[in-house]
Write a protein that binds this ligand. Structure first.
Ligand code: APR
Length: 253
């Protein structure tokens, strides 16, 4: 493992422009379960996925919200803190590296760690939007009622009243920032993929797209093997927190 870490360190050291793609494994060390590891949100009960879909929300919005709030620990979503992995990426930016982070996570922890260029591919748990009048709502409104409704007063002087939709990308919704992601990896020195099983399209197209880009170093840090390991120049099957701690020990920082 030692020389793999040295290669990782040299990849990062050489790179001026880094594109990072993260998944739920980035936040497990902050106390947020991932989806497909043992004990993960889907691993525990695959039927949960069906309820986290656009069609389920549209058919059963009143059933959707209690399930959604429970599954994603919504009440506690402001209490999680960035871990060593989030802070490491924010630190690289402070050292002057150009870093753009594309995350599948909805927990907001990259921004909370201080990273400035974060694209939330699967949206954010912090906000919601009225499907009828597009009024935006923050976390406090979404938590006020079991089933959050739009309180905008319409032209008739009455409340809109529609059930608000989460801004999290549900199964069946369009993923955000994909064009930007594929354009960004074209002009980057290093693609860092951290804490994702790469099970979900279209994000799992990234390793295949990146494979054909000349001069792009590609590193994967993921606790378990993925179906795309062989498309990377470097694969480290380790917790991101352990990798960062070891590198800091080596650098004496
Ligand atoms: N360090 C590194 N890797 C880790 C860590 C850690 N501390 N903890 C877990 N992992 C790895 C697991 O081994 C697993 O392969 O992170 C990966 C997380 O994979 P998933 O649970 O499938 O999560 P993710 O890849 O983000 O899922 C993508 O699927 O259901 C949708 O919208 C949901 O955004 C999610 C998407």
């Amino acid at each position: 493992m030692k020389d793999l870490r040295s290669v990782f360190q040299s990849f990062v050291h050489q790179a001026d422009h880094i594109t990072v793609l993260t998944g739920a494994g980035m936040s497990t060390e902050s106390g947020i379960p991932d989806f497909r590891s043992a004990g993960g949100i889907w691993a525990e009960d695959m039927s949960r996925m069906e309820a986290m879909s656009r069609s389920y929300f549209e058919q059963y919005p009143k059933r959707f919200w209690p399930k959604f709030k429970g599954l994603f620990q919504m009440k506690a979503s402001g209490n999680h803190e960035p871990n060593k992995g989030h802070l490491y990426l924010a630190e690289l930016e402070k050292q002057g590296k150009s870093i753009e982070i594309f995350t599948q996570n909805i927990d907001g922890l990259h921004k909370k760690a201080g990273s400035r260029y974060v694209y939330e591919l699967h949206g954010s748990i912090q906000t919601g939007t009225c499907p009828k009048c597009q009024t935006k709502y923050d976390l406090s409104h979404l938590l006020k009622e079991d089933v959050p409704r739009c309180t905008r007063i319409n032209e008739k002087g009455t409340e809109c009243g529609f059930i608000v939709k989460t801004d999290v990308v549900l199964f069946g919704d369009m993923v955000h920032h994909l064009d930007t992601l594929f354009q960004t990896i074209e002009k980057t020195d290093l693609l860092l993929v951290i804490g994702t099983s790469l099970e979900v399209a279209p994000v799992n197209l990234v390793p295949q797209e990146a494979h054909y880009i000349q001069g792009l170093n590609k590193a994967l840090v993921n606790l378990e093997p993925t179906a795309y390991d062989d498309l990377f120049d470097l694969v480290i099957h380790e917790k991101i927190g352990e990798l960062v701690s070891d590198m800091k020990r080596k650098e004496g920082t």
